[in-house]
Every structure is written in structure tokens, then in C-alpha cells.
Design a protein around this ligand. Structure first.
Ligand SMILES: [Zn+2]
Length: 223
């Protein structure tokens, strides 16, 4: 597979395949299905909350947050008043929970947000908040994942707070495939993509790109 700018930044679906209604990378499907089967044997109905997300979608999320039309949350899950923030401060706040368009691991199809459907209490919807996985209904599943992910080629890039993206216990990554993408995604490539996009705060993003890249894209836990 040639890792073109389009493949790296969510602007094509050529590298993807449909697995039970979820788009993911072709090279991830086998390990994913094995992980799902093992989870089932252990009593968990593994479900995908988010798989591939394209550039347009990530740009929409980003722009709504940047323009104050969608909540930007602090570390405690409380909405921030960003109306007085500088562009740089807005970018920093958004990046804690949302990736830069073009810089999301969900563009690659190698990364998935998962949960156990059968652990979700009736009438409760998944929030994708850390407490659900650390001290809530998803905790038994999260613990099982910790013990079993590696055997299926997956790991959690956001398992620790490294000062970049917040801890996301639900986010798993197919290590071998994702590593190739991370290596190929350079600041120069990202810069070209952002420069020709409609990303809100584009000029400030471009000015801060090297820092964003090292703090939020390559700054992930090792497998
Ligand atoms: Zn995710």
C-alpha cells in the first residue's frame, strides 16, 4: 500500500474494508475479528463506537468547536468558555480531546474506539468518558483489554497522560499498521494538507504545526 497524502489524512477510502458496518483498514480486519471473538468467549460483546473518520468529518468537529458551536471540554469534562481565548489557546484546548483534521489516527483505519455493548446499562448511552472505563460499567472490559490487547496486535496509544491527548482507555490501535502511518505522516505533508483546507484557525494551526505534531501526534505511548 502506498501511503499517499490522501491515505494518511483521511481523504480516501481505498485502504478500507467494511466489517459489520464499520470501515477499517484491510490489514486490521483479521486481528480485529480475532479480538472480538476472544472478547465474546470472555463474556463481552465488543462493539465499535468509532472506526475510520474522514478528513471532512474531523474538520467539521474541529470547526464547530473552534467557532464555539460545540462544547470544548476541560480535563474534568466541564465545558470551557473559549470566547475570550486566543486562537492558540483554542487550538490547545481542542487538541486535548479532538485531533487536528489530517492528524487523527482515525483517518488511518487502524484505530478504533470500542466498548462492551452488553455492559452498557439499559437506557444508558456511551459517553466515551474515562470514568466509564476506570470505575464504571466498562471497567471489567477495560481490564480484560489490558490483559489481552497485545496478543492480537493492538495497544492503547493514549493509555497514559503524556501532556498531549488525554487518556482514552477506549481507543485501541493496530500497532504494526499504525506505526507505518505515523512514520509516513510528516509535518511537511500535514502542512500542505491544512494549507489547502477549510480548517478554522488555519493560520494559527500552521504557525504552531511543529509543536502540534510533536505534542499531539507523535507523543503517544509505546506499544
Ligand atoms: Zn479514538
Amino acid at each position: 500500500m502506498t501511503l499517499t497524502p490522501e491515505v494518511l489524512t483521511g481523504q480516501t477510502r481505498s485502504h478500507l474494508t467494511d466489517v459489520d458496518g464499520c470501515l477499517m483498514h484491510r490489514d486490521v480486519m483479521g486481528d480485529f475479528l480475532n479480538l472480538k471473538a476472544a472478547a465474546k468467549s470472555a463474556g463481552f460483546e465488543l462493539a465499535v463506537a468509532s472506526s475510520f473518520r474522514d478528513f471532512e468529518r474531523q474538520q467539521l468537529i474541529w470547526n464547530l468547536k473552534f467557532e464555539g458551536q460545540r462544547a470544548v471540554l476541560d480535563d474534568n469534562g466541564q465545558a470551557l468558555d473559549i470566547s475570550t481565548f486566543t486562537d492558540r489557546e483554542k487550538i490547545l484546548a481542542i487538541l486535548r480531546w479532538s485531533a487536528l483534521p489530517g492528524g487523527s489516527r482515525h483517518h488511518w483505519g487502524t484505530d478504533l474506539d470500542i466498548y462492551a455493548k452488553n455492559l452498557l446499562p439499559e437506557g444508558v448511552s456511551l459517553q466515551l468518558e474515562p470514568w466509564e472505563y476506570t470505575q464504571g460499567h466498562q471497567t471489567p472490559f477495560a481490564d480484560w483489554l489490558t490483559d489481552n490487547l497485545t496478543a492480537f496486535g493492538f495497544y492503547r496509544p493514549y493509555q497514559k497522560d503524556l501532556g498531549g491527548v488525554a487518556v482514552e482507555p477506549w481507543h485501541i490501535s493496530h500497532r504494526e499498521t499504525a506505526q507505518q502511518y505515523l512514520t509516513a505522516l510528516t509535518p511537511a505533508l500535514l502542512s500542505t494538507v491544512i494549507a489547502s483546507s477549510a480548517v478554522a484557525g488555519r493560520e494559527a494551526v500552521l504557525a504552531e504545526l511543529n509543536w502540534i505534531y510533536s505534542q499531539y501526534i507523535t507523543n503517544v505511548s509505546e506499544a
